[in-house]
Design a binder for this molecule. Structure first.
Ligand code: ZN
Length: 273
């Protein structure tokens, strides 16, 4: 049973320490504490691990497939940057590394740390390693290709690619949660998500809602899909028109549309169980 709550933490550094709400004495990892027993170098990632894996382990083959899927789905040129993946064998060694190098972080099973020079994933071997690797690797791939990804979209896409499901198949776990919330009066609010700018602010509901917007926009109709991709390709910069405004060109009330989709999909999936 993992001891950490759901979700990951994304830390981005632009050459110098830059993280609101956190103070780090250094962001250069102490190499002595990093997993170093095994190293597997592939074209697009390097795995440093204290867990023995073969280069043709399904977990690693899946990451290569995932990269292709991200490029295809998002119509992105991913470039050549490698993602460095550090896989700790157990929680004590993972905790020790984090406490010494990134003190004060909220507990998570995985972290993505991006700088101009390095795209690094730190995670630990648990029964959820498959989804954790897929999730963090997605962050790495996105940040290797794009100069900026808004936090909610970064997490929404990582949640979208986290589970190895066929394209267009929605996540039953989040649909169930969100359907329940709708019954209690909750409504989605993309503008609210757009204001979140620190990973620590993201709660489970925010991850679920971010996933829902991404899934809905990619699969609702060609216009919402094009709108999302155009925004992503522009790097989601602050001067760009927010996605919450863009989508209104096709749906005057996108929140109600999304809620309707959650209700119909959530209800259908619940009925099939
Ligand atoms: Zn994440």
């Amino acid at each position: 049973m993992p001891i950490f709550p759901n979700g990951c933490l994304v830390l981005l550094f632009a050459g110098a320490v830059l993280c609101s709400g956190c103070t780090f004495p250094t962001y250069r990892a102490n190499n002595d504490d990093l997993p170093s027993r095994y190293k597997i170098t592939e074209k697009h990632f390097v795995l440093h691990s204290d867990v023995k894996l073969k280069s043709d382990d399904p977990l690693l083959l899946e990451l290569q497939e995932l990269r292709k899927q991200i490029a295809q789905t998002l119509e992105l040129d991913l470039g050549e940057r490698q993602v460095e993946v550090y896989l700790f064998k157990d929680e004590p060694s993972y905790h020790k590394f984090l406490a010494q190098n990134y003190p004060g972080l909220p507990p998570r099973r995985a972290y993505f740390v991006g700088t101009g020079k390095k795209l690094a994933v730190y995670t630990v071997w648990t029964e959820r390693i498959r989804e954790d690797l897929r999730h963090e690797f997605t962050h790495g791939v996105l940040h290797g290709a794009l100069s900026f990804v808004p936090l909610w979209l970064d997490e929404g896409l990582a949640e979208y690619f986290e589970l190895p499901v066929a394209p267009g198949v929605p996540r039953e776990d989040y649909l169930g949660d969100l359907s329940q919330l709708l019954k209690n009066g909750w409504l989605p609010n993309l503008q609210r998500l757009e204001y979140l700018d620190a990973s620590g602010e993201m709660q489970r509901l925010d991850y679920a809602e971010s996933w829902a917007w991404v899934h809905w926009m990619l699969h609702n109709n060609p216009q919402t899909r094009a709108s999302l991709l155009e925004y992503l390709h522009q790097g989601g910069k602050s001067q760009a028109t927010p996605l919450s405004q863009r989508v209104k060109a096709f749906h005057p009330q996108p929140e109600r549309e999304l809620a309707r989709w959650i209700e119909s999909s959530g209800g259908r999936n619940a009925g099939e169980k």
